[in-house]
Design a binder for this molecule. Structure first.
Ligand code: LLP
Length: 463
């Protein structure tokens, strides 16, 4: 067996005692092995691949619903303890389809959309527009008109120009639109650390210093109803410190705005971290909800202002761990390195179905799905089929030595920001998304075919 010290493995990755184990919290709760074969939501990986081919993104409906309702319940409880209410919007950007929009709204959540496209999916799913929030730093006039016309619950204004666009739309249509203003608190949080500056160098929202003038303008517009401030500090955040710091800064402004009118709500965005590998240890949702809500409650008490109604927008924490991508192993190579060796295991997908490793250096894990391996764990890198050396799916993982072409490999935690960021790079069709629940599987996003790709090319018709 290799020891971690003699390999190019990162410090956080220990040689596993069992390279077939399914780490709780990383895998959906329904994941198990039956006679060695992985099953998800009661459906075996072998059966899924027989029916839908590879790659296939499997989404565990029970896991999505459980996480959605756990998060909603955690914030309900925390808010009630402090004498307010909390509304949880599912951030559809993490993964949106008609089925998922229905699952989360059936679990009592509201829905955050950030483009006209996401809005249309939500409407097609039958989501009540009043339960939606509409985000985006560059919503077009047409998108804003569509939002207002459908009676969307809240539009989160991201710029001064957008205030004027909405003023014109509401003047023309006579509609009255509830809005929030997105502010940039100067706090940027990622995983364990957060960075707090006076000014954050990014495109979203208005700096705190510019916000009171913007709110004064919103309050002047007869067609707009100002509901409060919105702030989102980042994604894959562990712990409450970043939220606490950001809330404290935003509450100073919130208190100032109360002098001239109502500020009934406060939206603190999403970003709750999840476990991608066994090295990640996210704060349980109950403790996170209580930590954030009590920080806001203390901040309000210290300023002598009432606690507003709160809202949150988690995406990843609801769908991330519910998704598992199944691939077939194609080729295998050993690459000798100065510090040891690395095994390259190529699968039949890659950065077109999971861009996160290439884009963000994200870490994933992998397990054999069609059987249990019997060999010792070998440091491996799971790579895709694309013409690019950065086409890595799982950067570092110990896989059993006997992994072989034709094996099925499962990569967990692909439920968030994988399908939505997918592409047709190298003319590779995008895989289907298949929902599993109680032993049954159904397609919720159809896979593409080469014919789909050719249909966009007028040359295919001789033009
Ligand atoms: N609310 C707002 C305003 C957001 O911008 C986001 C994420 C969320 C909520 C949801 O954040 P979550 O709870 O899912 O972390 N593609 C990147 C993540 C980009 C997140 C963008 N905004 C990734 O794959 O890590």
């Amino acid at each position: 067996m290799q020891s971690a010290a003699s390999t190019p493995a990162p410090d956080w990755l220990a040689v596993p005692a069992d390279a077939n184990d399914l780490v709780p919290g990383v895998w959906p709760a329904s994941a198990r092995r039956d006679d060695g074969v992985l099953s998800l939501g009661g459906v075996s990986a072998a059966e899924l691949v027989r029916e839908f081919g590879t790659p296939v993104v499997v989404l565990d409906e029970g896991e999505v619903r459980r996480r959605a309702s756990d998060i909603r319940a955690a914030f309900d409880v925390a808010a009630a303890q402090h004498g307010t209410t909390a509304r949880v919007y599912y951030a559809g950007k993490a993964f949106l389809s008609i089925a998922v929009a229905r699952w989360v709204t059936e679990e009592g959540l509201s829905l955050d959309v950030c483009t006209g496209g996401e809005l249309e999916v939500a409407l097609a799913a039958g989501v009540e527009p009043s339960r939606m929030g509409f985000h985006g730093n560059n919503k077009s006039v047409a998108e804003l008109e569509r939002g207002v016309e459908t009676g969307i619950g809240t539009i989160i204004i991201d710029s001064l120009i957008e205030i004027e666009r909405l003023a014109a739309i509401t003047a023309r249509t006579g509609a009255r639109q509830r809005v929030m203003l997105r502010v940039n608190s100067g706090v940027h949080a990622e995983t364990h650390d957060f960075l707090a500056t006076a000014h954050e160098d990014q495109k979203f929202g208005l700096p705190l210093s510019a916000a009171s003038a913007a709110v004064a303008r919103i309050r002047e517009v007869p067609g707009l109803e100002f509901a409060g401030l919105h702030c989102h500090i980042g994604s894959q955040i562990f712990g409450v410190a970043g939220f606490r710091e950001s809330a404290s800064r935003v509450l100073d402004l919130h208190a100032e705005l109360l002098i001239d009118g109502d500020v009934p709500q406060l939206n603190l965005g999403g970003g709750f971290g999840i476990a991608y590998t066994r090295a990640d240890d996210p704060t349980p949702i109950g403790a996170l909800a209580e930590g954030i809500v009590s920080a806001v409650a203390e901040g309000c008490a210290a300023r002598g202002i009432p606690l507003p109604a709160l809202s949150f927008e988690p995406g990843r924490a609801i769908v991330g761990n519910a998704g598992v991508t199944l691939y077939e192993v194609g080729t295998i190579k050993e690459v000798e390195l100065e510090a040891g060796s690395r095994r390259y295991v190529s699968v039949d997908g890659g950065m077109s179905d999971n861009a996160r490793t290439a884009l963000y250096g994200a870490q994933y894990s992998a397990r054999l799905a069609s059987r249990e391996g019997t060999g010792d764990p070998v440091l491996s890198r799971v790579v895709g089929r694309h013409c690019e050396s950065g086409d890595i799916v799982v950067d570092h993982e110990y896989l059993p030595d006997d992994v072989a072409p034709g094996d099925l490999l499962a990569v967990p935690v692909t439920g968030a920001y994988c399908a939505p960021l997918s592409s047709n790079y190298n003319h590779v069709p995008r895989p289907p998304v298949v929902a599993v629940r109680d032993g049954a599987a159904r397609v919720i996003v159809r896979g593409e075919t080469i014919a789909d790709l050719l249909s966009r090319d007028p040359g295919a018709d001789g033009n």
